[in-house]
Ligand binder design. Structure first.
Ligand code: CTP
Ligand code: MG
Length: 228
């Protein structure tokens, strides 16, 4: 089966702030998106990547990846899910039964073992799969700034990326979920809306998405530790 990596990288990073979208911030001389791309393309089963970038993005460096595999780009959309859908539409020469691995461009610490376990989980699983981590914190329900109750967390997981599905299945699911007016924050949510139950594959908690400057400090530490 063909496997294509899909990287939504068309966001502006408004919560992070600053002059340059966070996926292009450099750590040890490489932008975050390069770490994300390399982690995906290093897997022998991954054939190439489609990156959704902003229209007239001045930051995209136009790589051919170190792996020698194709890296293609398309123009993203106004929300993350629309960027993913644009990337799936741009894979118009790939068959619907191919697998797509959707991974945030701002998530640079993906572990090779986790990626391998995710891909293995998808074999023979038509519902798709995603990396996820169990919730560890005690969860409070807030009412007017006061704690009004404690929520059971046994069934709660945090969705990470990559998330993996059949190209045709995910394209249709995302389109339907967006048409239904849902705010689609990950691929699994669109698949759930289509009645599917993607498999949760427990992944490393340090596969964090850079959302704020505090996250970047942590990622700098993690990437430096890995290099050293
Ligand atoms: N993304 C995208 N297209 C959008 C919005 C987001 O491709 N219209 C991408 C981002 O570039 C990022 C990933 O989706 O790689 C995760 O989204 P998020 O962390 O929310 O990034 P931003 O939307 O850029 O940040 P913010 O929400 O703080 O503006
Ligand atoms: Mg966003």
């Amino acid at each position: 089966t063909a496997i294509w990596a899909v990287l939504p990288a068309a966001g502006a990073g408004s919560r992070f702030g600053g002059g340059i979208p966070k996926q292009y911030l450099e750590v040890a001389g490489l932008p975050l998106i390069a770490y994300a791309l390399d982690a995906l393309l290093a897997h022998p089963a991954v054939d190439g990547a489609m990156v959704a970038i902003a229209a007239d993005d001045p930051h995209w460096p136009g790589w051919t990846s170190r792996s020698g595999k194709p890296v293609r780009t398309c123009v993203g959309g106004s929300e993350r899910a629309r960027s993913v859908l644009a990337a799936l539409d741009a894979l118009d020469d790939v068959t619907d039964d191919a697998l797509v691995l959707v991974h945030d461009a701002a998530r640079p610490c993906l572990d090779a073992v986790d990626l391998d376990r995710l891909i293995a989980a998808a074999a023979g699983n038509g519902d798709g799969a995603l990396l996820a981590a169990p919730v560890r914190d005690t969860l409070k329900r807030a009412s007017q700034g006061r704690s009004a109750g404690t929520m059971p967390r046994e069934q709660l997981w945090r969705a990470l990326t990559p998330q993996l599905a059949r190209l045709g299945t995910l394209r249709e699911a995302l389109r339907d979920a967006l048409d239904a007016g849902l705010v689609v924050t990950d691929e699994a949510m669109a698949l759930e809306h289509a009645g599917l139950h993607p498999q949760l594959v427990e992944g490393r908690e340090d596969n964090i998405k850079v959302t704020t400057p505090a996250d970047l400090a942590l990622v700098e530490f993690l990437l430096a530790r890995r290099a050293g």
